[in-house]
Design a protein around this ligand. Structure first.
Ligand code: ADP
Ligand code: ZN
Length: 726
């Protein structure tokens, strides 16, 4: 035989690592790959999964290339999805390989799930009947395929009974395909009777799905107005068209209640997708989404990178929520990327919120997005009566944090057998511990932050890096014993105060660091909804989306908390959080009240909340953004430089700034210390790039990074397009 080149051609393959472009691999003869094929390739000493990408393979002598080892038996990643990965990569300035990495996060799913061996009844009857055999025949009479052990278990017999019947030919062997993760949703299962305004909103969203094509609709409705019921109608429409649907939710703790609501409407739960999902389940969901058999996924932001075959609708619930921003490796906002995904796929996206982001409101105002409004709560539920408590006039008792007015209302609520919620967005017992003798403050050794006391655990914890130490009795500076004091409240401390006033009440503290994790959290949330608690003290975790029917009083312990940090987005965030948390009250017909403890009752945010005039708030806020050319009237990008020493980080950031191109429409501010100047032992400096609305921010930042000093040693540079805080 003559010697032929071992490889017939080559293909570009994107591998899950910080590669700026696909690598070229040889395709062995007889192997068939297409763009989107998931393949196993050698990478250095390892083997990794990669995706065959679009475009020409690099011009390399095929004989020098390493070969693709294997093509997985898996549907190829769709063209839309590949374009999406490229788009996200270019927008966020992350290497495409790092974006592809998010797509390839279920390695075991690339091989099809094996079929299992099962048995099913034949026409042959057993030679001799026994009681056990009869039970088996009865159980298997439905004609379905059973696994041997499954049938034995269901019939309550030992497996040997089944084996005996099998030997006689009563059963034959069949192969059973993998079971779907969830049953198909049934769009006619329990369609809601919508109120007239809900009907109109639902019809508009439905029409968009029916017509297909890209469009963004802001579903803007007060808490409890039935936004979920309304967008479920759009979901139903997409399912009826045979398309897949993605519903994004900001918080895992929310998913559980959501899954149940979905089940009540569609007779089956949607598949879940988030980081807490067991690996086996992740693989099955990934696989079935890729195969197109799984119709509806409800998930966290990373669900955007699932390999949908035929996506027909994305819903982003609580679209304003900061949890949609990922600030790790690839910095992206899932709300914005959902809009991009819909644009690429040519289908509608619904952004739902009671307190939309300023960005979305402006997009609606300027006609880029449609807007559907639900202005009243469903049925007889009324929004709570909202008032401020001026803490300058009605201060709490010495050592306490709850004003007499709030305590009074709590007592009355308790007496009526109803529930109260106290909201404080601060975990632990106290945000700062200091020594009364020498003034020593307990800070984190590797971050620029104070250690938060967690009294239940007897620990001081850094909320940024997790550094934990035991709370000592003596001051480490001056040695004085028992002179340490806790400054300021966290939820644990508020709980202590509540218990001292209402020792007989059932009190629950809820925060994300609850012992027992997500499972325990779900149980507690259920317990509250069932009325098994009188007073709930919680962080923002309880502020979102939950329905607590018997909750009639919400007290915000420190309404000013979020306003203190000087961030131009602080007003918007505080407004959203306070609206959301006070929206927990009055979910049923009962009269309800929201009280905000504040030292600045005249602040526009407090005024907007109390008056219920959201239009006024947005108008003001939008005007302010326009005046200062902040997003969405201008554009921002953060460039964060970190290094083990302050000098290195600052030096590199300065050099970068000097390397910035000269343009008329983009300016660089800084370098200044980043919001957390020391994090995990790394010093951080930030350049803030501020541009006109149409400025080419990506081009500018790319040019600056290319012209700047080489990133070497321990220095790290992270780009954050559209930063959350600015
Ligand atoms: P939102 O998401 O706007 O806060 P929800 O969709 O959670 O509002 O609805 C609030 C409550 O009202 C839920 O308990 C929901 O089941 C109920 N609800 C809303 N609309 C209807 C309807 N048309 N029929 C029955 N229940 C409804
Ligand atoms: Zn720390």
């Amino acid at each position: 035989m003559s010697q032929v080149s071992p490889f017939s051609s080559a293909a570009p393959v994107l591998v899950p690592m910080p590669a700026e472009r696909p690598y070229t691999y040889a395709v062995p003869p007889g192997m068939h790959v297409v763009p989107g094929s998931i393949v196993r390739v050698p990478l250095g000493p390892r083997q990794v999964a990669g995706v065959v990408w679009d475009g020409e393979a690099g011009q390399v002598d095929a004989r020098k290339l390493r070969p693709i080892e294997q093509v997985f038996d898996c549907p190829p990643v769709s063209h839309d999805m590949r374009r999406f990965v490229d788009w996200v990569s270019q927008y966020t300035l992350s290497p495409p390989g790092m974006v592809a990495r998010m797509l390839l996060r279920a390695p075991e799913a690339f091989d099809p799930e094996p079929w299992t061996e099962g048995i099913t009844l034949t026409d042959v009857r057993p030679e001799r009947m026994t009681g056990a055999r009869e039970r088996v025949l009865e159980t298997a009479a439905d004609g379905f395929a059973w696994t041997r052990s499954g049938l034995a278990h269901a019939a309550g017999v030992s497996s040997s009974v089944i084996d005996g019947l099998r030997e006689q030919g009563v059963f034959e062997t069949v192969m059973i395909p993998p079971r779907p993760v969830v049953p198909e949703p049934d769009t006619t299962y329990a369609a809601a009777e919508l109120m007239p305004d809900q009907r109109m909103a639902a019809d508009e969203l439905k029409a968009g799905v029916e017509a297909g094509g890209f469009r963004v609709t802001l579903l803007d409705g007060v808490t409890g107005s039935g936004k979920t019921e309304v967008y479920f109608e759009a979901v139903a429409e997409a399912i009826e068209k045979g398309q897949q649907v993605l519903i994004l939710l900001p918080e895992i703790a929310l998913t559980h209640a959501f899954l149940e609501r979905f089940q009540n409407r569609f007779g089956a739960k949607p598949a879940e997708w988030h980081s807490d999902l067991p690996p086996r389940m992740r693989e099955r969901v990934w696989r079935q989404v890729a195969e197109g058999t799984l119709k509806v996924v409800a998930g966290a932001r990373s669900a955007l990178f699932l390999p949908f075959q035929d996506l027909g609708l994305i819903v982003v619930d609580e679209e304003h929520d900061p949890a949609y921003k990922q600030e790790d490796r690839v910095f992206y906002n899932a709300r914005d990327m959902a809009v991009v995904r819909a644009h690429i796929g040519g289908f509608p996206v619904v952004l739902a919120s009671a307190t939309p982001s300023v960005e979305s409101r402006v997009n609606a105002m300027q006609g880029r997005y449609g807007r559907v409004i639900l202005s009243s709560r469903f049925a007889d539920a009324a929004l709570p009566d909202l008032r401020t408590i001026d803490m300058r006039r009605a201060p709490p008792a010495r050592g306490g944090f709850l004003s007499p007015l709030l305590l009074q209302r709590m007592a009355a609520t308790l007496e009526q057998g109803e529930q109260s919620l106290l909201f404080l967005n601060r975990r632990g017992y106290a945000p700062l511990t200091l020594c009364r003798s020498c003034g020593h403050r307990f800070g984190c050794p590797v971050c620029s932050s104070w250690l938060v006391e967690h009294r239940f655990r007897g620990q001081l914890i850094c909320h940024h890096c997790g550094h934990t130490e035991r709370r000592p009795d003596a001051c480490p500076e001056c040695g004085t014993v028992d002179h340490l004091v806790a400054c300021g409240p966290g939820v644990e401390r508020i709980a202590e105060e509540v218990v001292s006033h209402f020792p007989e009440a059932r009190t629950i503290v809820l925060s994300s660091d609850i012992l027992g994790g997500v499972r325990r959290l779900r149980l507690e949330l259920e317990a509250i909804a069932n009325g098994d608690a009188d007073i709930v003290i919680g962080t923002q975790l309880v502020a979102k989306g939950h329905n607590f029917p018997n909750m009639t009083l919400v007290g915000v312990v420190d309404a000013d908390l979020g306003l203190a940090n000087g961030d131009p987005r602080a007003a918007e965030r505080t407004y959203q959080l306070l609206s959301q948390v006070t929206g927990r009250a009055g979910r049923t017909g009962k009269k309800s009240l929201g009280l905000l403890q504040t030292y600045q009752p005249d602040h526009p945010v407090m005024q907007a909340i109390v008056s219920g005039d959201s239009e006024l708030f947005y108008e003001r806020e939008i005007g302010e953004r326009e005046r200062t050319r902040l997003p969405p009237f201008g554009r921002l990008a953060g460039v964060i430089v970190s290094a083990p020493t302050r000098a290195e980080a600052e030096g590199h950031a300065r050099a970068l700034r000097l390397a910035a191109p000269e343009t008329a429409d983009i300016f660089v501010l800084g370098p200044a210390e980043a919001p957390l100047a020391l994090l995990n032992g790394r010093h951080r400096f930030r350049l803030l790039v501020h541009g006109e609305r149409r400025a080419d921010m990506q081009g500018f930042v790319r040019a600056m990074l290319a012209a700047g000093p080489k990133v070497r040693g321990q220095i790290r540079v992270q780009v954050d397009i559209d930063p959350q805080s600015f």
